[in-house]
Design a protein around this ligand. Structure first.
Ligand SMILES: Cc1ncc(COP(=O)(O)O)c(C=O)c1O
Length: 471
């Protein structure tokens, strides 16, 4: 009989990965990829081997092919986007999650994974000071968390209007209108599209110069429409870091029986520190919240949280049941009640371990440090002629443009030139964005290791480069 392929033991490949991993994280490797797309295709390409290769060799090949194409987003000089830096304890827990190979769909599929998840969700509600009766789904990220919050909103509002969504579907249900900021994060529009909402069902609300919804404008729009209504607010605008006025939006939602969902991908963590908590005032009055673990909380990708005040509405929207899937009343948490997936990674281990490694004070200190760093950078740049800070720096975000007074087109070119110059020595990673029709340089301060000393160096570098470029 033909010999079937047998699994290698874990020891060799894991030792190879482990020996490399510690060195990778301790040395300051490239922030920018060094390989071109063609080179990466060449390294990863070729025919699939007919026969399996030795494990250590495969890991060595993977490292060799991947490393030139990696981005150093775990490092303090990375400021291009809001990305966390994968906490070392989270990484170790994530490895164990793979080693254990658990399927975290059901309690009976992995009682340990279900219970770690249960505790981690309780800790989250506690740190974020959200209603303790809310239920939490651990997702792949904020996009899916938003999808779940909005699915619960849609189904529950229709149920209140006398329609069982599971039975009637969208086709025979009354229209649900969704109100979003005209500058809402693109992931909210994607989630709404997956849920069956087109642009005709979505009202774009005017925003102020920080990207906050203008409350008079949304109040006017909401009053004009009848039927079920969902309001999507933002805590931590992707560019400016701004927060909507949650008390005003919660009052409006209460007045019209609307559902208030908050996209709080990173802004919700402002609530974990006394220094920034007031930015989130009134947020606890919402019906659902979506936030990330892999951004400010530094949990390895991918981790997000869908939090819904009415856990029954959450369960009705997400539940997966089948005769073969045990749902014993004496069981612990069945994650299938709160997520889109059936089989799923046991993310609860990583969330639990990262929360425990940081602790309540560690999280608060990290948030405060990043916000202090943003204020320090703003303070240093504000005094330099021609550098404009477009946002009220209240969180960990700055948006800058570089203008020598020769018109908007020239300022856009200068800002792009600064992006290139800042990236040139490989010590920093920046990207520009379009903000209110201007080219701006985004500065997100979120890597766990970024501290005031990095900001001092960065401010000096910006000053020197701008001095040369503006001439
Ligand atoms: C405000 C906001 N909402 C949603 C998202 C989407 O999050 P994710 O990339 O985790 O799906 C982001 C990502 O940056 C964001 O900043």
């Amino acid at each position: 009989m033909k010999q079937v392929h047998s699994f290698p033991t874990l020891a060799g490949p894991l030792a190879a990965a482990s020996a490399y991993a510690t060195g990778y994280r301790e040395s300051k490797t490239n922030l920018h990829p060094t390989a071109t797309l063609a080179q990466l295709r060449n390294s990863f390409g070729g025919d699939l081997p007919a026969k399996g290769q030795p494990g250590e060799q495969v890991i060595a090949d993977l490292i060799k092919a991947a490393e030139p194409g990696l981005v150093g987003n775990t490092q303090p000089g990375f400021h291009a986007w809001v990305m966390g830096s994968s906490h070392p304890v989270g990484v170790a827990a994530d490895w164990l999650t793979s080693v254990w190979g658990q399927n975290a769909a059901l309690y009976q599929g992995s009682p340990a994974a279900a219970t770690a998840e249960e505790t981690a969700c309780d800790w989250l509600l506690d740190i974020l000071d959200l209603p303790r009766e809310a239920s939490v789904g651990i997702t792949t990220g904020a996009t899916m968390a938003g999808f779940i919050g909005l699915a619960a909103a849609r189904d529950e509002l229709l149920r209140r209007a006398g329609y069982d969504f599971a039975e009637t579907g969208l086709q025979y249900a009354p229209p649900v209108t969704v109100f979003v900021a005209e500058d809402t994060h693109a992931s909210n529009l994607a989630a709404l599209r997956y849920l069956g909402f087109g642009t005709n069902n979505i009202v774009a609300v005017a925003c102020d110069d920080q990207g906050r919804m203008i409350t008079d404008d949304i109040a006017r729009h909401v009053a004009r429409v009848s039927g079920p209504r969902i309001i999507v607010a933002t805590a931590g605008h992707i560019n400016s870091g701004a927060f909507d006025d949650f008390h005003a939006l919660a009052d409006l939602a209460e007045r019209h029986g609307a559902w208030l969902h908050v996209d709080a991908a990173f802004g919700l963590w402002a609530r974990a520190s006394v220094s920034t908590r007031s930015l989130t005032n009134g947020i606890d009055r919402a019906d659902s919240w979506s936030t990330d673990g892999h951004k400010w909380l530094q949990i390895p990708f991918d981790a997000g949280f869908a939090i819904v005040r009415d856990s029954q509405a959450h369960r009705r929207a997400m539940n997966i049941t089948a005769g073969y899937l045990p749902d014993d009343p004496d069981d612990g948490r069945n994650a299938t009640h709160f997520n889109t997936e059936l089989s799923r990674r046991a993310r609860g281990f990583t969330v639990w371990a990262t929360l425990k490694a940081l602790g309540r004070e560690g999280i608060a200190d990290m948030i405060r440090n990043h916000c202090d760093c943003a204020s320090l950078l703003a303070h240093k740049l504000r005094r330099l002629p021609g550098i404009r800070i477009h946002n009220d720096v209240m969180l960990n975000q700055l948006i800058l443009s570089f203008d020598r007074g020769r018109g908007d087109a020239d300022a856009n070119r200068m800002t792009q030139a600064m992006e290139a110059a800042l990236n040139a020595d490989g010590q920093h990673f920046f990207r520009t964005a379009t903000w209110q029709e201007r080219c701006v340089l985004r500065v997100s301060i979120i890597s766990v290791d970024t501290g005031p000393e990095h900001i001092q160096t960065l401010a000096q570098k910006i000053e020197a480069l701008w001095h040369d470029i503006r001439r």
